[in-house]
Design a protein around this ligand. Structure first.
Ligand SMILES: [Zn+2]
Length: 503
């Protein structure tokens, strides 16, 4: 997408430049002395009679020009000007930049200011603008939530909901109908949950979820955008030294890499990025298969299979037969039963590189969880390459971050986590840049446990957890708590996030 500021500058230059060129043409083509001479003479007389006037005029002129320039340059003023002068026109006549299937046309001018004029638009145009804005602001979801008198429209950006606009209930109803038509859902059903999707093109899918509420249907549009840059290991925000270690783990041609962390901590993104990394590195010499529930994003050259228990395809049954597809690399969405665990370990032992996620509190607990699933510990250790324990923390907005005092509760919670409560710590206060949330972007915390031979021996000898952890730290594991506190001290994340991701 092109930088929108270019458009406003182009306009500004045209506004000033065009009259200037006309004036120059007028002077060069016509003899204007008949008009200008009397004015010159009049001004000459005026300045002769009042000697100080010329100096004052120069001072006033310079100051006015300076103030005008400052006003034009001030971002806020520029945005307001844009909203006033061009907002309506942008909405009405915005040039189209992307035409999708089903008549969805995203406007080139996707400025927030258009949200103020939504009510005046027809449902087709409202949806186009909401989708256009959501894509350009990298929102993951659009919420349309009917209230008693109107609906609230919110965008989820970096995991945080931002309220963007409101809409009358009658307008909302026609907007919801438009969404239902596009996602091929019956428009006359309002009293039960419905799910559908709108395919914009190969790279853009909108998943639609409708839920009846007291004031109408609540709509959530989830934007699944295939932006390969988002799935590049280098772009995940993993510190360079850690990334190198992780990439070294990916060099193995067999073994299991486990991922753990709560829902929404970026495990799937890390797995996808790892697969794409291998695909790029090994070119067409690698066959990658996945078993997923759900398939969050589809990629070329990866055979992705959706788990469907209704059709008898579970993780366990899929994992059993997937090795017969002659894969080099396997991604297995999740291990939560004995059969799947067995199949995963066997795949790792028999020449496949396998990624999977396991629900556990920390990296070492992953192995204990697998032991609970009746996996033989010697086989487990022989198959395991590494465990990634991942969290996703919301960052402070760099534009409005200030030092803050901890609350008594926060001090208490830090103590409970065995962390140093001495600051200084920082938090975003909310500004225009971050939509008053105080947050901007997210950063991953990435605890990498590489399974070494000494670790294997210790684990097979049934060493206690703390001893395993000490060994892992000696061999380079940087605990999540250390990473989180460092980010907090570097002003990157608020202390509330440290507590949230570690608790
Ligand atoms: Zn801010």
């Amino acid at each position: 997408m092109r930088d929108k500021t270019i458009n406003s500058w182009t306009l500004l230059i045209l506004w000033i430049g065009f009259p200037l060129v006309l004036l120059l043409l007028a002077f060069s083509y016509f003899d204007l002395s008949a008009f200008t001479e009397p004015i010159k003479r009049m001004l000459g007389d005026l300045f002769d009679s009042r000697p100080g006037l010329k100096t004052w005029l120069v001072i006033i002129g310079t100051v006015t020009a300076g103030v005008l320039m400052a006003l034009l340059l001030a971002k806020r003023i520029r945005r307001r000007l844009w909203a006033r002068v061009l907002g309506r026109n942008a909405l009405r006549y915005g040039r189209e930049q992307a035409v999708y299937t089903q008549g969805i046309v995203l406007p080139e001018v996707c400025r927030e200011e258009v949200l103020a004029f939504l009510e005046e638009q027809d449902p087709v145009s409202i949806l186009n603008h909401l989708l256009g804005l959501a894509i350009s602001s990298q929102a993951s979801d659009i919420h349309i939530s009917p209230q008693k008198e109107h609906s609230l429209i919110k965008f989820r950006i970096d995991g945080i909901l931002h309220q963007k606009a409101s809409l009358s209930l009658s307008k909302t109803l026609s907007l919801v109908n438009r969404i239902k038509v596009l996602s091929k859902l019956p428009i006359d059903i309002h009293n039960r949950p419905q799910d559908g999707s709108i395919l914009l093109d190969q790279d853009h899918i909108v998943r639609v979820s409708l839920m009846p509420t007291a004031h109408g249907e609540n709509v959530v549009l989830r934007l699944a955008i295939k932006d390969e840059r988002r799935y590049q290991l280098e772009n995940l925000g993993i510190p360079p030294a850690l990334l190198q270690h992780y990439q070294a783990c990916l060099e193995h041609d067999h073994g299991v890499i486990f991922l753990t962390g709560p829902t929404g901590s970026g495990k799937t993104t890390t797995m996808y990025a790892s697969l794409l990394y291998l695909l790029e590195k090994r070119r067409d010499r690698v066959h990658i298969v996945t078993l997923e529930d759900p398939i969050e994003m589809s990629f070329d050259q990866i055979s992705q299979t959706q788990i469907s228990p209704a059709q008898g395809l579970t993780f366990a049954s899929g994992a059993r037969s997937i090795t017969r597809q002659d894969p080099d690399v396997i991604m297995l969405g999740e291990v939560r039963d004995e059969e799947t665990a067995q199949a995963a370990i066997q795949a790792g032992l028999t020449g496949h590189l396998l990624f999977t996620s396991v629900h556990a509190g920390n990296a070492i607990d992953v192995f204990h969880r697998l032991q609970q699933l009746e996996v033989d510990k010697i086989q487990l250790m022989n198959a395991s390459l590494a465990v990634v324990n991942q969290r996703l923390a919301v960052c402070n907005c760099p534009a409005c971050t200030v030092p803050v005092e901890l609350t008594a509760l926060q001090v208490q919670m830090l103590k409970a986590l065995d962390l140093d409560a001495r600051g200084p710590f920082y938090a975003g206060q909310g500004c225009e840049a971050c939509g008053q949330s105080g947050f901007s972007g997210r950063v991953p915390l990435f605890e990498l446990l590489e399974v070494s031979d000494p670790f294997r021996d210790l684990f097979i000898d049934d060493a206690p957890k703390h001893q395993l952890r000490e060994l892992a730290q000696e061999q380079g594991l940087v605990p999540l708590s250390v990473q989180a506190m460092q980010l907090a001290q570097e002003r990157r994340i608020p202390i509330a996030e440290v507590i949230r991701v570690l608790a």
